[in-house]
Write a protein that binds this ligand. Structure first.
Ligand SMILES: [Zn+2]
Length: 53
């Protein structure tokens, strides 16, 4: 088996332009398209910002 380092990746949707952003831990938390800093987790339908743990 291959042993890859685990990289939890979460897709976020920009609160401004709607661009999907795939972020890993340690990435800058902002839209790569417009620079907006409010991103929503794509999977969760709540319109709340949940801090990545
Ligand atoms: Zn954006």
């Amino acid at each position: 088996m291959e042993s890859k380092p685990e990289e939890p990746v979460v897709t976020y949707v920009c609160g401004d332009c709607g661009q999907e952003n795939t972020l890993k831990r340690g990435d800058v938390f902002k839209c790569k398209e417009c620079g907006f800093r409010v991103l929503y987790k794509k999977r969760i339908r709540r319109k709340r910002l949940i801090p990545a743990n």
